[in-house]
Design a protein around this ligand. Structure first.
Ligand code: PMP
Length: 402
């Protein structure tokens, strides 16, 4: 009898199961619209040209070593991140109320940020319905009482702003509200500026704590300043205290380097050393200190105006490809006369489209058409190419009409 004879397996995580099914499928015309990874027009994930250039020069630089970073990461990286998100003229930066620390991509930064909040008395966490599945899972693992606020109106295929505002209105004081700063995953629905103002008002009135998840900076509009609008409005205009967990997985295509930053904006500059000290403890207990490679790449690019412009062009090119594939899919669905309103395919933002296909239709797509998508109808638009768009749209037509 072994110690672990009685343990059971956890339920499979949908996105990993879907990717495995896709990898095992021998059909040459299979299409992967599952995992949120950017692919180019040939269906390939590639390293950004600006990242490749920086890596090449880093490889020649004999002064770079692999010694430990401090737990909260590299200072030049953190300062550059602050300015990227808030803009150089940010009042939060000028008043010295903003602080960033390096973390393990979006997931790691969400985790350490939530741990910080939990140990300081925040016990209730609100997530949008629906949301990226890891939000609830991370909150729960830390001990939060997890609640949902309404987000998606499945009849109108858009943002349920009234439901959202009502649920925040009813939330207990000091609840943490996880917000997607842009490119909401999975719905692709971002609040308008007016709606963000309403959300900010209710968060302030009800004394709730906003925590922005910023995983798709640049993917909503192609413009990095515009995509940071919600955070800048909350931080600089409305003077909220808040946290931001930013991932550089998508916009730098640095998925497996696990690079991101956690930003805190506080009511006074005195909080910053305490925040840094508590985060040092939290990180020390989990992984002690972060890896350097991704931080060096991002810091080198953000701190060099020429490289930074090249990166912005790279981001813009990814955005434009996504937009053109949205338009192409929409046009093909319309040309086929596919029943239903498909306008949301072109009005949603970011990497994903929330198609409105039901789970039965999604399963048929996977099992019979070799088109892999999440069971809630989310598709990664980057998986669409000129070569497969006819197959994808025809398959959508088939499942909608049978
Ligand atoms: N938040 C959201 C909404 C996401 O979609 C993702 C990536 N799928 C992340 C955070 C974190 O990703 P990573 O940990 O790879 O940076």
């Amino acid at each position: 009898m072994g110690f672990f004879d009685c343990i059971s397996s956890d339920p499979p995580i949908e996105i990993f199961r879907l990717t495995e099914l896709f990898n095992n499928d021998k059909n040459p015309s299979k299409v992967n619209l599952g995992a949120g990874v950017y692919q180019d027009e040939n269906g390939k994930m590639s390293t950004l040209s600006v990242v490749r250039a920086v890596e090449q020069s880093m490889a020649q630089d004999l002064t770079l070593d692999k010694s430990y970073l401090k737990p909260i990461g590299q200072d030049s990286f953190c300062q550059a991140c602050l300015e990227l998100v808030l803009g150089k003229q940010s009042s939060s930066i000028i008043e010295n109320r903003a602080c960033s620390i390096q973390g393990l991509s979006g997931t790691g930064c969400l985790t350490i940020g939530l741990k910080f909040l939990y140990r300081n008395g925040y016990k209730i966490g609100y997530i949008s319905s629906p949301t990226w599945s890891n939000h609830g899972s991370i909150l729960q693992s830390i001990g939060f009482d997890v609640k949902q606020y309404r987000y998606w109106n499945k009849d109108k295929l858009n943002l349920d702003i009234d439901g959202l505002l009502q649920d925040l209105q009813d939330a207990p004081e000091n609840s943490v509200i996880i917000l997607h700063a842009c490119s909401h995953n999975p719905t692709g629905c971002d609040p308008t500026h007016e709606q963000w103002q309403q959300i900010s008002d209710v968060i302030k009135q009800r004394k709730l704590f906003p925590f922005f998840d910023f995983a798709y900076h640049g993917f909503s509009s192609g413009d990095l300043d515009q995509d940071a609008w919600s955070i800048r409005y909350f931080a600089d205009h409305q003077k909220h205290e808040l946290l931001v967990a930013q991932s550089f997985a998508k916009n730098f295509s640095l998925y497996n380097e696990r690079i991101g930053h956690l930003m805190g904006i506080f009511s006074s500059t005195d909080i910053i050393p305490k925040f840094r000290s508590q985060l040092t403890t939290i990180i020390r207990q989990i992984y002690s200190n972060p890896p350097v490679h991704g931080a060096r790449i991002v810091a080198t690019i953000l701190n060099n105006p020429t490289l930074c412009l090249q990166w912005k062009d790279n981001v813009r090119a990814m955005y434009e490809r996504i937009q053109s594939m949205r338009q192409l899919l929409y046009t093909k669905l319309k040309q086929l006369g596919t029943p239903g309103n498909w306008d949301h395919i072109i009005t949603q933002h970011g990497m994903f489209a929330f198609t409105g296909l039901n789970s039965r239709q999604c399963q048929i797509l996977v099992q019979q058409h070799h088109i892999y998508l999440m069971n809630d109808g989310r598709i990664n638009i980057c998986g669409i190419t000129q070569n497969n768009v006819d197959q994808v749209s025809k398959s959508f037509y088939d499942v909608v009409t049978t």
